[in-house]
Design a binder for this molecule. Structure first.
Ligand code: ADP
Ligand code: GLC
Length: 532
């Protein structure tokens, strides 16, 4: 099984959120099951720097610009980097200019990525042609569409929705630029409230659609969570599934983690106590093992509900807790948390920014993590927390609901609890959950310890979900060509191959090009994503 992943982020090359973690880890888990996965990414400066030696495997003219495909390896991943300096060799985050605004040509940048994915899915690259093109989020949402337009046999397509809130909305004036014939601008095509949605393109035109947890898959079919695309999702009901994300336990493992001062295991948690002291010191908190340390590691965005936590902070502190927050995003929230830190010295520590190493220290050193999300497609930080024996306090939504077992009386009696779950998502319910946690911390430390052991025993790796993806790929019918209703030739600029392709034909250009040096241009993501 040959699979081409197409995405705008991939850990450890470039990351603003959980999408990168998934695109970095799932290919390796699939690889362990025998699949051959390559990841197509934009050659941002960070990617160029991390890839090191690459070879040129293709050169094309795409959407008016010259692009080169570079094959390389990094951290066990086979990467194909789309080198298009006019689109991707820029400072800032993958989606934003250094001042935090979206790049105005994001739709062209990512349509080019999708066009190249379709080309590889139909023609192959350097003698390798995927059986499946697996596209992630709106940035890759046109890849299945361009493949539908092709008149030659092409790979099958899977599209994964990581977050319905980012829909890749583009004005209809861009139809031509994106090579989308106007007949696809319909209610059951890509039309979205008088504009185009590239996320909807992925939902409508791929062979199968997935999202990242079973509960979010249910939620997406409702008006509350579907964000206007619940109809499009429901129309694909028989081809739609929720497959839970996993974690890469070579990166997130308290037994082996090199980014924390002391490693530990459920049998011996003394290392966690040392990490807690280091975390308290790093965030300027009173170094006191008796106080429960709560952490937040998050984008500061509406989705994450961190305004709700602010309302609960006074009680958390009054009852003896400490808070460590690592995050960036909404300027008002950043300011509010900075003010909270200034107002509660020794009890609230805040770091505004993005810091991979500190995120490991916070997971290892904290006693609990708070995730009051209004919606959460899967969420990875509660999975990392489980693995690190850091009890999650989570809203009952999306993947949070699927992965944390509330330590209520029944669960305690059966010894299956792993954290604290609250619903509905409001300050009163969160306050109650935090109070329950603090009561347990001080009143029943042996029960807390049992919950930690339960949490650390949860199977949060990728194996089971990778098997589900593989089953999904295998369930796809043989390769197909074209849209069901007689596709006309796409507009001139479209990437879809018009000539009969030469599947598995070598397109490698002989000349090797050294990777450009990484520019240390990455800024902390603000919203972390491009809303489109
Ligand atoms: P989302 O993708 O919606 O942001 P997830 O929970 O799926 O949420 O993934 C977030 C990822 O980003 C995790 O790997 C988390 O550790 C990381 N992360 C979020 N904020 C920060 C930060 N400020 N510094 C370091 N890592 C962060
Ligand atoms: C999105 C979601 C998050 C999910 C991640 C990876 O960013 O917000 O819940 O874990 O994608 O799938």
């Amino acid at each position: 099984m040959r699979v081409l992943f197409v995405a705008s982020e991939c850990y450890p090359l470039i990351k603003t959120g959980g999408l990168a973690d998934v695109v970095g880890a799932l290919p390796q888990a699939l690889g362990r099951l025998g699949a051959e996965v390559r990841v197509l990414l934009p050659n941002y400066p960070e990617v160029a720097g991390a890839l090191g030696g690459t070879r040129v495997v293709g050169r094309f003219r795409e959407r008016g610009g010259d692009v080169t495909l570079l094959a390389g390896e990094a951290s066990g991943l086979d990467v194909i980097a789309l080198d298009a300096p006019h689109l991707f060799d820029r400072p800032g985050s993958p989606y934003h200019m250094p001042d935090g605004q979206d790049w105005p040509d994001n739709h062209v940048r990512f349509a080019t990525l999708s066009g190249i994915a379709a080309r590889i899915g139909c023609e192959g690259v350097a003698g390798w042609r995927p059986d499946v093109v697996h596209a992630h989020d709106w940035q890759a949402g046109l890849a299945p569409f361009y493949i539908r337009l092709a008149t030659v046999p092409c790979a099958r397509t899977v599209f994964t929705i990581h977050n319905m809130a980012y829909q890749g909305v583009v004005p209809t004036t861009e139809l031509d630029t994106l090579g989308i014939p106007s007949r696809f601008y319909t209610a059951d095509g890509m039309e979205y409230w008088g504009a185009l949605s590239l996320l909807k393109s992925g939902i409508v035109y791929s062979d199968r659609v997935t999202t990242v947890s079973p509960t979010y898959a249910q939620e997406l079919r409702t008006g509350e969570f579907g964000m206007g695309l619940e109809g499009a999702v429901s129309a694909r009901a028989k081809d739609f599934a929720g497959i839970l994300n996993g974690i890469d336990d070579t990166v997130w493992n308290p037994r082996t983690d090199r980014l924390i001062p002391a490693t530990y295991s459920p049998r011996d948690l003394s290392g966690k106590a040392a990490d807690k002291a280091a975390l308290q010191a790093a965030f300027g908190l009173d170094v006191d093992p008796s106080r429960p340390v709560f952490t937040v590691i998050s984008r500061l965005a509406y989705q994450k509900g961190l305004d709700i936590l602010l309302a609960v902070l006074p009680e958390l502190i009054e009852r003896g807790g400490q808070l460590v927050l690592l995050g960036s995003g909404d300027p008002d929230l950043q300011r509010a948390y900075m003010d909270a830190a200034a107002g509660h010295p020794g009890r609230v520590g805040v770091r505004i920014g993005y810091d991979e190493s500190l995120s490991h220290l916070a997971q290892a050193g904290a006693d609990a993590i708070i995730i009051p999300s209004r919606f959460e497609p899967c969420g990875l930080t509660q999975l990392y927390a489980l693995a690190y024996g850091t009890l999650p306090i989570v809203a009952r939504t999306g993947g949070l609901a699927d992965t944390v077992i509330d330590a209520n009386d029944a669960a305690l009696a059966r010894n299956i609890g792993t954290g604290f779950v609250f619903y509905p998502v409001n300050a009163d319910r969160l306050r109650f959950a935090v109070e329950r946690a603090i009561a347990l911390w001080y009143g029943a430390p042996e029960v807390w310890r049992r919950l930690q052991v339960n949490a650390m025993a949860q199977p949060v790796g990728w194996h089971a979900s990778a098997e589900r993806y593989l089953d999904l790929y295998r369930s796809l019918p043989g390769e197909g060509a074209g849209a069901p209703a007689q596709p006309e030739a796409p507009a001139e600029k479209s990437a879809a191959p018009k000539k009969p392709a030469r599947p598995r034909a070598a397109t490698a250009a002989p000349k090797a090009k050294p990777a450009t040096a990484a520019r240390k241009s990455r800024k902390s993501p603000t919203s972390g994503k491009n809303g489109g």
